[in-house]
Structure formats: C-alpha cells, structure tokens
Design a protein around this ligand. Structure first.
Ligand code: KG4
Ligand code: ZN
Length: 363
C-alpha cells in the first residue's frame, strides 16, 4: 500500500511516501527563516508559503520516487490541530489529488501522528501511554490502537515547549530557546535555585506551567546575584548562575512531566510502553527520566527516530498507512480543525478488517 502524507500544520511544508509501513521518499521546505524575522510564526505568511511550495514539492516527490500520482493507494493530510489557513492548503491539495486520481482520502490528527511515528522503528505494542510535548501542546493519552486515543490530560495554559522558550527568552537566550536551555543545564546545579513543581497537588493528569514561568521570572528579576548581556552573545558567555537557572528550570519541567506520567501509569497498570514525542522529546533529561521510569516498571520508553521528532510528513504518511490498512477513510467533506478545537471522531470504515475497539478505561 503506497501512502502519500502531507504536512502543513505550522511552518513546514512537507510531503512523504510510505510503502507498506516504510518511508520511501520525503521532501520538506521550512519557513523558519521567514518567521524568524518576526520573532514567531505569522499565520498569513505561513499559508502563503505553503501555497507557493505545495505544487513544486509534490512534483519533486514524484520525481524522486519515480512514480506517477495514479500509483498512490491512499492520500493523507494533517487535518489539525494547527494554523487553520496553513492546514487548509495541505487538506485542499490532498482532496483535489484524491478527486483527480480516484484514490481514497484520509485526514490525520497531527498530534497522534507525532506519537505513532515511534512505531517506524518497530511496531508499537498497544495499549501504550503517549506523552506529546511540543511548542504548542502537552497531552497525555492512553493509546488503545492507532485509531483510538483517549486524552487523559492536557495543559491548561502554556505547553511544555512554550514554557522552555519563555524561560529561555527571559534569560536572554535566542528563540526558540528550549534546546539551548537544555544544553546549558548540563553544566548547572539544579539544587542552586528552588523552583516550584506546578499543579501536582491534585488528582488530575492536566498540566499548568504558567506559575513556574512566573517563579522563574521573579528569580531572574529579584534574586539572581549577577547580570549578563541579553541577548547572550554566545553559549560560552553564559555565567554559572545562568547555567544553574537552566538546570533548575529543566528539572522543574521534567519532574512535573514525569510525576504526571507516573500517576497515569498507576491508573493504567496494564500499560508497559510509554511513547514520548514532539520537540521537547529531544530534551536529554526527559529522555533519561522517562527511560528510568519505564525500566523500573519492567517496561520500555519509545521515542520517534531522530529527525522525525519535529514536524514532518513521514509521520503523517505512516499514521495514514496504519489507519488506511485497517480500512479507515474520510469523505471529501471532512473538516479541518484549528488549534484549541476537538478533532471529531468522524472516520468511516470501508471494507474494514477490524471494528472500532470498545472504549478503554476512563481516568
Ligand atoms: O514539536 P515542535 O518541533 O514544534 C512545535 O511545537 O511547533 O516543538 C518545538 C518545541 C520548542 O518549544 C523548542 O524549544 C522545544 O520543542 N525543544 C526543546 C528541546 N528541543 C526542542 N525543549 C527542551 N529541550 C530540548 N532539548
Ligand atoms: Zn507538530
């Protein structure tokens, strides 16, 4: 089964082909340089760039794979959550292609695709627990099957990546600063600064990071004994106090994420596999702690292959392949869903080998 995946939810225009679960070819155009001029993604510009690149990238993908559009068995596009105008470009292109070739169409939940990409290295053993941590989202899912995710918890305010980026910005690190904060943390003492582990004193699996950001801002403003040039001219110029701040912030976020994951595992004792995905899955401390957490329970932690943690279309095509081979399809009136709105459970089964699973346990 040859599946095309299209990703245009934010600032990467990407297309990829997956055949029988294996990546065949992929193309990607990043708009990062354009948006960097404005200090963040400008939605109107993002849609225009997707529109400009989509056609030529599709031609390039067909050329690289040496196939014609009529060879496609399934056409998939990320349907949300994301920037609505950007998503519409990819979804409209996919629907047009489905009409033109006669191939079936399937819209993909971008967040589910991030987590399912961990199966590219070897099939995931369902059920799994999914921790999706990116610049825009922080979710914990019970992953019953590729087509059946239960949301157990989500952030009530900032996403984990957003918290990293805001703390990094306050400390004078360039945007997006999560990765550099993680790097500087390696030489810092996390015990040097006391920061809160927010929103743990409850039974919920939701997150709230805004209080941690405020505590970090207060320390930098009032309690930090030294100053340094902001923006910081280079990582080598970081004083020990800044490294300590990075280590303390890193620990506070990772402790909080892992405490909720441990709570979710206690509530779902049948689960032996944790999947961590999204940009923050690159965090070295989070990876070590998540791994330890699962090993202590006799289980495993899985992350997507390197290079497929950030936005890409291989994950879209792979998720499409998992769902498509189980018989799932969308009609061409499928809606595109912006960030903050729930994605409806509106896939249709065609010649399905397996029925929908009964709902799993609720938190
Ligand atoms: O999933 P992603 O690539 O894209 C969006 O959410 O749009 O996630 C990007 C986020 C940013 O907030 C970035 O600072 C964060 O992931 N990030 C990290 C690390 N690498 C990337 N945060 C903490 N530690 C890292 N090593
Ligand atoms: Zn993403």
């Amino acid at each position: 089964m040859l599946v095309l995946g299209i990703e245009s939810s934010c600032d990467e225009t990407a297309l990829a082909l997956v055949a029988d679960g294996r990546p065949v070819a992929s193309v990607l155009a990043s708009q990062a340089d354009i948006h960097a001029l404005f200090g963040g993604v400008v939605p109107e510009l993002a849609s225009r760039e997707h529109y400009r690149y989509m056609g030529p990238l599709f031609d390039e993908l067909m050329r690289r794979a040496g196939i014609a559009p009529h060879a496609l068995d399934l056409i998939c596009a990320a349907r949300g959550p994301g920037l609505l105008g950007s998503l519409l470009v990819g979804v409209a292109f996919a629907k047009g292609l489905a009409l033109g070739t006669g191939a079936p169409f399937l819209g993909i939940d971008h967040l589910h695709a991030h987590l399912l990409a961990a199966g590219l290295d070897g099939e995931l053993p369902f059920p799994c627990l999914g921790l999706l941590v990116s610049g825009g989202h922080t979710h914990i899912y019970r992953m019953e099957a590729p087509w059946h995710f239960l949301t157990l918890g989500r952030t009530l305010d900032d996403a984990a990546g957003e918290a990293f980026d805001k703390a990094a910005k306050l400390a004078g690190l360039p945007y997006p600063g999560g990765a550099l904060l993680d790097k500087l943390a390696q030489d810092g003492d996390p015990a040097a600064i006391a920061l809160p582990r927010p929103y743990l004193d409850n039974a919920s699996l939701d997150f709230s990071f805004s209080g941690l950001k405020t505590a970090a801002a207060l320390w930098l403003e009032k309690d930090c004994p030294v100053t340094w040039p902001r923006p910081l001219p280079s990582p080598a110029a970081a004083p020990q106090e800044l490294r300590n701040f990075c280590a303390a912030f890193n620990e506070a976020v990772v402790d909080t994420l892992c405490a909720k994951v441990a709570r979710a595992l206690r509530q779902n004792p049948d689960i032996r596999t944790l999947v961590v995905a999204g940009g923050v899955a690159a965090n070295s401390l989070l990876r070590r702690r998540a791994d330890k957490l699962m090993r202590e329970r006799g289980g495993h932690c899985r992350v997507p292959p390197p290079g497929l943690c950030t936005d890409n279309a291989v994950m879209t095509a792979y998720a499409g392949w998992l769902l498509g081979k189980a018989g799932y399809r969308h009609d061409l009136d499928m809606e595109t869903i912006p960030r903050g709105k729930r994605i409806p459970d509106d896939m249709r089964l065609r010649n399905a080998p397996q029925p929908f699973l009964p709902p799993g346990p609720t938190p």
